[in-house]
Design a protein around this ligand. Structure first.
Ligand SMILES: [Zn+2]
Length: 318
């Protein structure tokens, strides 16, 4: 049985920006974790592409960098017009199922790109961006990242305004990388289900990027989803394996329910990989692993696409 796949986070756009010319999204590559042929073979329905703002562009130059990366993504997708389609609205999402195209949803990872202006967010929306990771690991104008600790401060007044505007425009709020206080405040503020695009369960791997059971339950109350990441350091502190990653799926299902689960590989953003999960080609075998762990076909469909489709439909503009 095959399942159409949705993945909530990859950093492949950074390969477009790399000076190394040996990567070509349209062709099958020996480097990188995904490209068009490999996404097709694995049975992808939709991939969320993050525009990650590198540290050297923070705080000054973040917006320019976001625009450069968006331009690179746009140029690459223009070469794959017949095979990909950028998802901007609920009708785009509905049409996806009847097309042979892979959906692309554009996200920005790091609220620095707004350079303190909600007006910038509205213009990024007009350029096709449909999700925003409020922070990376650092503190910025919107909130505090996990790299700055979980004490005291969280969301700023601007951060709250940005969440309300994301809700109003029809963009996803992404809470990967935010500290615990900001996470709680963002859930209080958002009137829509949020995503945590790439993280895992802290109960199984004590890493600040992972969510505690309390956070997982709060996410379930919000009807949001967590895309479980394939980053070895978030899966196990000693030895990350596919079986250990499957433990995270089982744990999140137990704590938050299967409706909260999604995929969030972080492919092309991770420096090392879990043996057996070297690139997107391995996803069908991960899906098989979910079956071996007792998830039913209906539950696997929820994890691989249905949950994320629901959250997208509840957020994207009509
Ligand atoms: Zn990230």
């Amino acid at each position: 049985m095959s399942f159409p796949l949705i993945d909530a986070h990859c950093d492949t756009v950074r390969l477009f920006a790399s000076r190394k010319k040996d990567y070509d999204f349209k062709r099958r590559n020996n480097c990188g974790h995904l490209d068009l042929p490999r996404l097709k073979d694995a049975g992808f329905l939709l991939q969320i592409f993050a525009l990650y703002i590198e540290e050297e562009y923070k705080p000054v130059g973040s917006l320019k960098r976001a625009l450069q990366l968006l331009d690179l993504l746009t140029a690459n997708l223009a070469r794959c017009r017949n095979e990909t389609t950028v998802i901007l609205s609920r009708p785009d999402l509905s049409a996806l199922k009847d097309q042979q195209k892979i959906g692309v949803l554009i996200s920005i990872e790091g609220g620095e790109a707004l350079e303190g202006e909600v007006a910038v967010l509205r213009m990024l929306f007009r350029l096709g961006v449909r999700a925003l990771g409020l922070t990376w690991n650092q503190e910025n104008q919107l909130a505090v990242g996990v790299g700055n600790g979980s004490g005291g401060r969280g969301l700023t007044a601007l951060g709250r305004r940005v969440i309300r505007e994301l809700n109003r425009l029809g963009m996803l709020v992404d809470l990967a990388h935010i500290n615990e206080r900001g996470f709680d405040q963002a859930l209080e503020t958002s009137g829509k289900p949020v995503i945590v695009s790439h993280a895992n369960a802290r109960q199984l791997c004590d890493h600040p990027r992972n969510l505690s059971d309390r956070q997982l339950k709060a996410l379930a109350d919000n009807k949001g989803v967590i895309g479980l990441s394939f980053c070895p350091a978030f899966v196990d502190q000693h030895q990350a394996t596919v079986e250990r990653l499957l433990d995270h799926f089982v744990h999140v299902a137990e704590i938050a329910g299967v409706d909260s689960l999604a995929l969030g590989s972080d492919f092309d953003g991770i420096e090392s990989v879990i043996p057996g999960l070297e690139d997107v080609s391995a996803l069908p075998s991960l899906v098989e692993g979910l079956g071996n762990r007792g998830f039913s076909a209906q539950e696997i469909a929820k994890i691989t696409s249905v949950n994320m489709l629901r959250v997208l439909a509840e957020n994207l503009p009509a």
